[in-house]
Design a protein around this ligand. Structure first.
Ligand SMILES: [Zn+2]
Length: 261
């Protein structure tokens, strides 16, 4: 049998999804069957499935095969991680992207959130207040709040993009989150409560306003967690300006702080 290419596997699975032969929660055909259907070798099928998993399109469960993830659509953070590695996102760019997506999402959530989504948001707010002694746990609930809110916007594209940005944000923030001050965590928890209350009372303007303020404040808090970032960014900006047109930006700075687990 011809070895075939990973792209054939990816486009075959995309075809199955587009034709609705595969829906969220469904299990993909066994590797052997996929190899026969597509006319490629089994190692190629495996490589294709790995590529799809990196994109977040499929998820493999040990011992029971490969599935289309259930629940809200989710794209892996791989594409953005690559971009980050290539171009070295700044904190400002990250928060700018978050404001563009999430302020609008908060307004839509105020109009569209389901009772279940409101309940999840309420739980996340309670968990934020309960984890102020543990910044890493706080961060996880913080991100879950934002993912739930994005999904409550009822717009799958917005929800997917916020998922992707959140994954990247988590990777960054967890390296410095331990340095967050008690006061900053309390302020942040309060802001999430305000957003939640605006969404619950279906006040889209107030929800957008609160999200905007929260992301501004969060950006300032994070700047305090890693003050040296300013000078690094300044240096990079200078190098960017000095570089010839079309030249690549300088490499991202090395990871700092505690080694990731
Ligand atoms: Zn937040």
């Amino acid at each position: 049998m011809a070895e075939g290419s990973t792209e054939q596997v990816v486009s075959h699975v995309r075809g199955l999804i587009e034709r609705r032969a595969l829906r969220p929660g469904d299990r993909l055909p066994a590797e052997r069957d996929l190899a026969l259907q597509i006319g490629v070798s089994r190692p190629t099928v495996r490589a294709g499935l790995r590529a799809l998993a990196a994109m977040g399109v499929v998820r493999s469960r040990h011992g029971s095969g490969t599935y289309i993830p259930d629940g809200p659509p989710m794209l892996g953070s791989e594409p953005l991680s690559f971009l980050a590695a290539l171009h070295g996102f700044t904190r400002d760019e990250m928060y700018e992207a978050r404001r563009i997506m999430e302020v609008g999402a908060a307004g839509l959530a105020a109009e569209r959130a389901t009772p279940e989504q409101l309940a999840t948001l309420a739980e996340e707010v309670a968990s934020l207040f309960a984890s102020m002694q543990d910044p890493q746990r706080f961060l996880v609930h913080d991100i879950n709040f934002h993912r739930t809110l994005a999904s409550a916007s009822g717009n799958h594209i917005v929800a997917s993009i916020v998922e992707m940005i959140s994954a990247l944000y988590y990777e960054r923030r967890r390296q410095t989150a331990a340095r967050a001050s008690d006061r900053d965590l309390r302020d942040a928890a309060e802001m999430h409560r305000r957003i939640y209350q605006a969404v619950r009372s279906k006040d889209a303007d107030a929800a957008r306003q609160a999200m905007h303020e929260h992301l501004q404040q969060a950006s300032q808090h994070q700047a305090k967690e890693s003050p040296e970032e300013h000078s690094t960014n300044g240096k990079r900006a200078a190098e960017r300006t000095a570089s010839t047109p079309g030249a690549r930006r300088v490499a991202p700075r090395p990871r700092r702080g505690k080694p990731s687990h």
